[in-house]
Design a protein around this ligand. Structure first.
Ligand code: 5AD
Ligand code: SF4
Length: 470
């Protein structure tokens, strides 16, 4: 197979580094380093993108601040997945006008998925005139050039044309954690689920080269990272655009062979491409966490068809059985949409019965939110909001009961956990995660943070486990 993914030439990345150096030289003449603040909405891919933005800002001579107050550069990295996320962004961006009035030299940037929606770009252009720079996810690697353009010319810059995207390697990164790290393995999505805006904002599926990914994982393991998550909108499509017969199970197995003591996770898997081979690799690779996020969205075949998910309820259940056949105690989580256009309450009840049948460890539940430009937004949507909310509440209630029951089954067992942080409650001074990713509160010496330890589970709630060091 021929490689089809465009890669940004190394000279173009080098040019961005030169822009960084130019801005650093300008910034170094200031009495103290200027401050930059990056605010992130939405998914883990956005978190990873923000780590690149911070890396580039550091190269440009900015100090990273943890608040927008007093910042010289503010970057809002946005999410377009649901209306609610967008409203929060508009509210928060609107409020920045006051700070800008006090400090007219402040540069306000908006990037991420919202920037790629034409109606959002228009609204920002017309009604949010204090926003200086707007650019979509596919332009992220050009941030130094765009910021320099704003800084030198003081004009507004909009880079929001639709763009299928390319792979940019070698950008500086400033990671937020010392134990947990994200590694993007691919970008974009070609699935076009009928409700979803992502294929329009993040461009076409494209995979990073396996040797670059594996070197990044080696570097992280050598630096002491203990929990590494491979990221992609649909990791199971990894490698379709690469030469050499790479696919996700093969990449996962190669990542498992990287020396070091760490756990490997991945997000997100589309059920239609989750294969027995993937489950086999998960079962035999000791570093791969016994956990999978496998969004099912609906338990009703008519609704699944209208969502363009390309699997049936029966096929989803077969995948779950195949997975549990190999990893009986796998932690299984999922996403669900309630109130998809045209969904009736009896159809919703198929979703409810699916969660009773599968018994997920945890569920991310959403009420359908129409996204301009997607096919589902054109469908008739007669169900009253109150009925959708009532169905949503029934789902959450059922899942809370199941989550609590699943957590109760942990009590008395001893689990190997990664101690990953300090707790907020004085009686549980530490937090930890089981290999499957469940949160554990416990008491112990803060010196243990960053170590794996055996923890006896003594109690639980719907959301978390409580335990003690063995
Ligand atoms: N409305 C509600 N939920 C959505 N999701 C994606 N698009 C929408 C939408 N338009 C949910 C899906 C997806 C998760 C990331 O967000 O469940 O898996
Ligand atoms: Fe959206 Fe479907 Fe792609 Fe997930 S797989 S990002 S839900 S289009």
């Amino acid at each position: 197979m021929k490689r089809t993914t465009p890669v940004i030439p190394a000279e173009d990345i080098q040019r961005q580094k030169e822009y960084c150096a130019q801005l650093r030289a300008l910034n170094s003449r200031l009495p103290s380093p200027p401050l930059a603040y990056v605010d992130t909405y939405g998914c883990q891919q956005n978190e990873a993108d923000s780590e690149l933005l911070r890396g580039m800002l550091c190269e440009m001579g900015y100090e990273i601040a943890d608040t927008d107050r007093g910042a010289d550069v503010i970057v809002i990295n946005t999410c377009a997945i649901r209306e609610h996320a967008e409203q929060r962004v508009f509210g928060n961006v609107g409020a920045l006008v006051h700070g800008k009035r006090k400090n007219p030299n402040q540069v306000i940037c908006l990037c991420g998925c919202m920037a790629q929606e034409p109606h959002v770009a228009n609204r920002l252009r017309q009604s949010y005139r204090h926003v200086d720079l707007v650019f979509g996810p596919q332009q992220l690697w050009r941030f130094p050039e765009l910021l320099r353009r704003v800084a030198l010319r003081r004009g507004r810059v909009f880079e929001t044309e639709r763009d299928d995207g390319a792979i940019a390697e070698g950008l500086p990164v400033r990671r937020s954690g010392k134990l947990k790290a994200w590694v993007s393995i691919m970008y974009g999505c070609n699935n076009f689920c009928s409700y979803c805006i992502v294929p329009y904002t993040r461009g076409r599926e494209r995979s990073r080269e396996p040797d670059i990914i594996l070197r990044e994982i080696e570097g992280l393991a050598a630096q002491g990272y203990k929990d590494i998550t491979l990221l992609g909108q649909n990791v199971n499509s990894y490698g379709k655009d690469l030469e050499g017969g790479w696919d996700f199970p093969r990449l996962l197995e190669a990542a498992n062979a990287v020396p070091g003591e760490f756990l490997l996770r991945f997000m997100t898997s589309h059920p239609k491409d989750a294969t027995d081979r993937l489950f086999d690799v998960m079962a035999r690779c000791e570093k791969v966490a016994p956990a999978i996020h496998l969004p099912f969205q609906s338990g009703n075949d008519r609704v699944l068809g209208a969502m363009n998910r390309r699997y049936t309820r029966g096929q989803y259940l077969e995948k779950v059985a195949a997975l549990r056949g190999r990893i009986p105690d796998v932690v299984l989580t999922s996403d669900v949409i309630v109130g998809f256009p045209g969904e009736t309450t009896p159809e919703f009840e198929d979703t409810l019965s699916l969660i009773e049948e599968v018994r997920f460890d945890a569920l991310f539940t959403f009420i359908y939110s129409p996204r301009k430009g997607t096919p589902a937004a054109e469908l008739p949507d007669p169900q009253p909001r109150g009925e959708k909310s009532a169905n949503f509440d029934r789902l959450v209630e059922a899942q809370n009961r199941i989550s609590l029951e699943k957590h109760r089954a942990y009590i008395g067992s001893v689990r190997r956990c990664l101690i990953d942080g300090a707790g907020e409650d004085p009686r549980s001074s530490l937090t930890a995660r089981t290999a499957g990713g469940r949160l554990v509160h416990l008491d112990g010496d803060p010196a243990l943070i960053g170590r794996f330890a055996d923890v006896r589970i003594t109690d639980c709630s719907t959301w978390a486990l409580f335990g003690e060091l063995v």
